[in-house]
Ligand binder design. Structure first.
Ligand SMILES: NC(=O)C1=CN([C@@H]2O[C@H](COP(=O)(O)OP(=O)(O)OC[C@H]3O[C@@H](n4cnc5c(N)ncnc54)[C@H](O)[C@@H]3O)[C@@H](O)[C@H]2O)C=CC1
Ligand SMILES: O=C(O)C(=O)[C@H](O)COP(=O)(O)O
Length: 387
């Protein structure tokens, strides 16, 4: 069996190695010729899987995408050819939740005030939106949800988008990209909606770049510096508008979901699905794939203030490093950068390819050595305390 896998999908050899021959490819540049004799195709969000890509292949038995989003997959086409498909719903939701939470702590530290005193609005209350809400609620932050698609069948309370915008200090976007339908999300935040943000709003986008009209965002942000931005996703990736980057407080190259756990979960979910399709047992363990943390345990006495919480979060993942590297990689027009670009054509993808350092809160075991209540850190995602 020939398994064709994106070169940026970790743990493919460990999980699929004994099923056949593995060939790794640059997913953004994949051609019909390369796919021609594949039995299994494993992709990430950068590969458009459609009739054109599969036009020369008559033997494909499975297509898997180690992602939450499926906007790059022509699922109708796969169904028309009876090719089983699976994505990895929720695989990196915890990573996105923790990313957005840490970004909010970073902004509070930079601009003053307390995150705990803010009201945060989540647009899209599925896996990633709920993961952000879980972190915020563990810390005691007020959260409002907007999700017209599930509001009638979900027991949680929901508000309209207008109410969310009017009441929230922080807005975090977690919708799939959809171009049609009553609840389409393409340019959900257009110029008019961006202008309706209340004074001093923080807007985070960790879902798909096109949920915000990026050209309009440049215009609005130039007129309204009170708005603060966290952008992990951009229109026209891997080529974000350069004028937008300096206007953004925290800027990263679509890596909100890039924890080692999230990536491992994505590949592992595809392994489970393929084994099911093949009628075989999935007997490998996902946890065995992950390296240990350089410090597996931390003694903690108290979290006296928000700065301490940020320091604890930074111990796991320092978002400022990715922001700094992103600006350098994308904006520096130096010869150093030309070298980076030539090795992978694009600095955005180069940074994504080499993003291998981040863990989730759960990788760190905390031990409560004091008398204050720090048990809520377990609800935030850390291991150990209260167990
Ligand atoms: N930056 C990154 O690294 C990552 C980005 N993503 C993106 O985030 C998206 C969301 O992921 P999940 O939360 O796991 O998906 P999900 O499917 O679990 O949740 C999405 C939610 O959005 C809601 N929704 C749809 N249209 C809406 C609208 N117009 N207004 C408000 N809510 C609406 C749906 O009802 C659903 O509850 C993915 O489709 C993907 O594009 C996902 C993972 C990582
Ligand atoms: O899961 C999704 O949806 C995402 O956006 C992924 O985190 C994107 O990662 P890649 O598949 O592009 O590596």
């Amino acid at each position: 069996m020939k398994i064709l896998a994106d070169e940026n999908m970790p743990y493919v050899q460990e999980l699929f190695g004994d099923l056949g021959t593995i060939e790794t490819v640059n997913g953004r540049e994949l051609t019909p010729e390369q796919v021609k004799d594949a039995d299994v195709l494993l992709v990430r969000s950068v590969t458009q899987v459609n009739g054109s890509l599969l036009s020369l292949n008559n033997q494909l038995k499975f297509v898997g995408s180690a992602t939450i989003g499926t906007d790059h997959i022509d699922t109708d086409y796969l169904a028309s050819r009876d090719i089983p498909f699976s994505n990895a719903p929720g695989c990196n939701a915890t990573a996105v939740g923790e990313f957005a939470f840490i970004a909010m702590l970073e902004l509070t530290h930079r601009f003053g005030g307390k995150l705990k005193d803010k009201t945060v609005g989540i647009v899209g209350a599925g896996n990633t939106g709920s993961a952000v809400a879980k972190c915020l609620q563990a810390y005691g932050v007020t959260v409002l949800l907007h999700d017209p698609v599930i509001q009638d069948s979900d027991p949680r309370d929901f508000v309209s988008l207008d109410e969310l915008i009017a009441r929230c200090d922080v807005i975090s976007l977690h919708v799939p990209i959809t171009k049609t339908g009553e609840h389409k999300t393409w340019y959900l935040f257009d110029e008019a909606r961006l202008n309706s943000l209340k004074q001093g709003t923080w807007l985070l986008n960790c879902c798909r770049g096109e949920v915000i009209d990026n050209r309009a965002l440049i215009k609005v942000k130039q007129e309204r510096p009170d708005i603060k931005l966290v952008l992990d996703v951009w229109e026209d990736e891997p080529n974000p508008m350069h004028e937008l980057i300096p206007l953004v407080e925290l800027a990263t190259p679509h890596i909100a979901g890039y924890s080692l756990e999230g990536k491992a979960r994505g590949t592992y979910m595809l392994y489970q699905k393929l084994m099911q399709v093949l009628g075989r047992d999935a007997d490998k363990s996902m946890m065995a794939l992950l390296p240990s943390l350089w410090s597996a345990q931390l003694d903690i006495e108290s979290i006296p203030n928000e700065k301490s919480l940020l320091q604890l979060a930074r111990f796991i993942y320092d978002l400022r490093d990715d922001d700094e590297l992103f600006r350098k990689t994308i904006l520096d027009d130096s010869s150093k950068n030309a070298q980076v670009n030539s090795s992978n054509n694009n600095g955005f993808d180069f940074m994504r390819k080499n993003h291998k350092h981040r863990r989730e809160f759960s990788a760190l075991r905390l031990v409560n050595t004091g008398h204050s209540d720090v048990n809520w850190l377990t609800n935030l995602g850390f291991s150990g305390i209260g167990q």
